[in-house]
Design a protein around this ligand. Structure first.
Ligand SMILES: [Zn+2]
Length: 460
């Protein structure tokens, strides 16, 4: 091949054409370095340990949630975040009182239950009624109005173990929506098999819909016990004694801190987890892990130097009982057009096995650099666009913010979720660090580039 001498202008043009490639190489090397540092860094573990030890369970509306707010502000300060904000809002909150359940006859047994969020109290002294067991939620829905008059409806549909957690959406409806459906058909109480993949006698709580009747989750062995007792053909009498309180306007807070961008500080990457939890455990996998992963990732992404764009970490204040997503959108609606990308870590601490990136931007040099950091972490790049970014960012997503979905291995998640077993010891430090490495490499490449994930202007 003959050599060709370039004019100075053509030479400059050729250099310009080549230089993005140099920039991409630099980003890839930087992402690899950030990733490798994350794999040996203990910040995320320290954050999860601190939150679960110093605060523990933190239900919206409880004194513990106020301590969690103060913890969040202090932790962001300690880690060097700037522009720390506490954005207050109010939201309905439910709180648990004394609860007990037992089979009173013909074969007496104590039952292990946890009331569902939104449950009504029983009258003092409890209620005793015969049960009707449905092995699927649909079988209960198939009952006509009045068919469950004076009965306690029991739904015992079980949940399958899946890597992507998809069975939660499908089977969880019996928890989320069942109480009013039972009440409509005349039931005086509603019990479900816990939305759980475990077989311990610990029940799993969670948000339900208020139906004006007491509603609780049974441990999985107790749900199976009720199936066996009902199959004997005699009326099985269950006594429920459940107290709770509802606060229509509990105080809650979305807390955030930033690493301000040095070139385009108004372009903001919004990531985080939720600070609130259910009450039986210490909220370790749900969601101290998400708080820890995103906080540590932001810090590590900025360690090579201040990024060009701003990275904001948000500790959303009421995911479990709802409210933080709407409050965050209300406070940031004018800013949605400046949100480069949003992401939430709320699937526990299991390793990330695939990432879904918005189609617009997925082939940008910065994302090529990000993807080059993933094989070492055994993470696949999904060809599907992100389907669901997380409950707390659903508001800003609905207003047009682009988002990513990093899929965590959820095989073990529903053994622990919303139960007394959601404790720090269930977090594997190596898996936690793998999560941080993925997020940190992503933040580093997005914050130091001009990748644009938008396909349309934000909605007004
Ligand atoms: Zn959660």
């Amino acid at each position: 091949m003959a050599m060709r001498i370039l004019s100075p202008l053509a030479f400059a043009a050729a250099l310009a054409a080549v230089s993005p490639a140099f920039a991409a190489d630099d980003l890839a090397a930087g992402a690899a370095a950030v990733r490798d540092r994350a794999l040996t860094d203990s910040t995320a573990w320290d954050v999860a340990e601190s939150l679960t030890s110093e605060v523990g369970a933190r239900m919206v509306g409880s004194p513990a949630m106020e301590r969690a707010r103060d913890w969040g502000v202090a932790k962001l300060k300690e880690l060097g975040f700037e522009n720390i904000k506490v954005e207050a809002f109010t939201t309905p909150a439910w709180s648990r009182g004394a609860e007990s359940a037992e089979v009173v006859g013909p074969w007496p047994h104590k039952l292990s239950i946890l009331g569902l969020g939104g449950s009504s109290s029983t009258p003092a002294g409890g209620i005793t009624a015969p049960i009707v067991v449905f092995k699927t939620y649909q079988a209960m829905l198939d009952q006509p109005p009045g068919a469950l008059k004076g009965k306690i409806a029991v739904v015992t549909q079980s949940m399958g173990r899946t890597q992507d957690g998809s069975s939660y959406g499908a089977v969880g409806v019996q928890r989320r929506a069942g109480a009013p459906e039972a009440a409509k058909r005349g039931a005086v109480g509603y019990l479900i098999r816990s939305i759980s993949t475990d077989d311990t006698r610990l029940p799993h709580t969670g948000g339900g819909a208020p139906g004006g009747i007491p509603a609780a989750a049974l441990s999985t062995p107790d749900a199976e016990l009720l199936e066996r007792l009902a199959a004997r053909g005699k009326p099985v009498m269950v006594k429920l004694d459940m107290q709770s309180a509802a606060n229509p306007g509990a105080a809650a807070w979305n807390i955030s801190g930033e690493i301000r961008g040095k070139e385009k500080p108004d372009e903001v990457i919004v990531i985080g987890g939720h600070l609130d939890s259910w009450d039986p455990g210490t909220g370790a996998i749900d969601d101290a892990a998400g708080i820890a992963i995103t906080t540590a990732a932001a810090k590590l992404a900025a360690q090579p130097g201040k990024p060009k764009r701003t990275i904001r970490v948000v500790m959303w204040g009421s995911e479990e009982q709802g409210g933080s997503s709407g409050a965050y959108l209300a406070a940031h609606r004018d800013e949605v057009g400046k949100i480069v990308v949003a992401g939430e870590s709320d699937g526990g601490a299991g390793r990330i096995w695939s990432v879904s990136l918005p189609k617009a931007g997925a082939d940008h040099a910065a994302m090529v650099a990000f993807k080059s950091a993933l094989p070492k972490l055994k993470v696949a790049v999904s060809r599907a666009a992100p389907a669901e970014g997380g409950a707390d960012i659903s508001g800003i997503i609905s207003a047009g913010a682009p988002f990513v979905d990093f899929n965590q291995d959820m095989n073990r998640y529903f053994d622990l979720h919303h139960s007394a077993d959601d404790t720090l010891d269930k977090i594997d430090p190596a898996e936690l660090a793998q999560n941080v490495a993925v997020w940190a490499a992503f933040l580093y490449t997005v914050a130091n580039s001009d990748v644009d994930f938008r396909t349309a202007a934000p909605k007004p």
